[in-house]
Design a protein around this ligand. Sequence first.
Ligand code: ADP
Ligand code: GN1
Ligand code: MG
Length: 370
Amino acid sequence: MSSTAFPIEEIIERFHLSGNYKDYCTIETGHINNTYLLTFEQDGVLIKRILQKINVSVFKNPDQLMHNIISVTDYLKDKITQNGGNPSRETLDFYKTNDGKYYYQDEQGSHWRCYVYVDDVYSCNSIENPEVFFNAGAAFGTFQEQLSGFPSGELYETIPNFHNTRVRFAALKTAIDENLAGRRETVRDEIEFALSRERDASVVVELLESGEIPPRVTHNDTKLNNVLFDKNTNKAICVIDLDTIMPGSSLYDFGDAIRFGANTAKEDEKDLSKVSLDLGLYEQYVKGYLSTAGAALTQQEIALLPFSAKLMTYECGMRFLTDYLNGDTYFRIAYPEHNLDRCRTQFELVRDIERNYDEMMRITMQAAKK
Ligand code: ADP
Ligand code: GN1
Ligand code: MG
């Protein structure tokens, strides 16, 4: 058994779990929560489960957070069952604690949740087979379509103004003024890049405010490693990381998926010459997404898909830059310049999207005709 820096036995005793705990390993992919893969054994069979420490400095109200997730996954389970699917494979399935809650607060004040590990799947940080990206688009489109009837008034805003790019722009300006980590002078070029695109920050916010594009229940964090692919079929079978499901725009979900998955480089690539938008992958994702979500989208939403890729990349770059200026208090980092490297890749990708904008529009309109 591994020795742990946290009281694992104490935690798992509080959940209704079958089998004997054997061991755990850490999953490092996310930037926000701490995720562990636990193994149990029952009658000679190994059972895997995910244990996750909720980052409560990001998600300040765990009751509201879990209320959202359980309401949505209950709703999805019904839809999946109606479609003849397997609900504990196709959406997240949480264990209750012995006192009927969906998280346990330990004596150190940490908040833990535990859920079913989906077996025989993989998640990835980059695409090797373009068809896999088509499948990711189809899965996020299905996810949005399945939630189209969900009563959005039941959802709390787990992070207020999460994709309000205008508010993100204002937060960057505050960080520039406050210069908390004393790094401002070293990031003059990045600051100038962000400030010069202020007009973009308001576009989607204004269209939502004026009612020109519809609010929808959206995932809001659609990066590639937030979907699980079946090892045998390569189909995207389960959308995970449901912490930010809130009322939003289809454009947030589409744009964020492109930002991460259609980048030819890693999110934190230092060599910016490797960063570009892969138009072939863009096309795959648009086709996959429209194949499932297309019928529900308005013409204006479709026409804004290329812009959404630029917007979400710009927004994410601003968020990394803000965190760098603030002294790295939000995203988990592995080294001191990590957020700056992430910011630079995002802004480089924005530049490439701007260069390829007309072609992205052509691809989108072509895909929408079919
Ligand atoms: P974070 O909020 O920190 O991004 P995630 O909920 O996305 O954390 O989980 C991190 C990683 O753990 C995922 O990218 C995926 O590889 C793996 N993972 C999470 N939940 C499951 C699950 N139910 N089954 C299999 N793998 C999972
Ligand atoms: C975070 O949790 P994770 O790693 O899937 C962040 C997203 C960012 C992303 C950038 C709650 O996502 O908004 O786009 O990092 N999640 C939150 O990689 O802030
Ligand atoms: Mg994640």
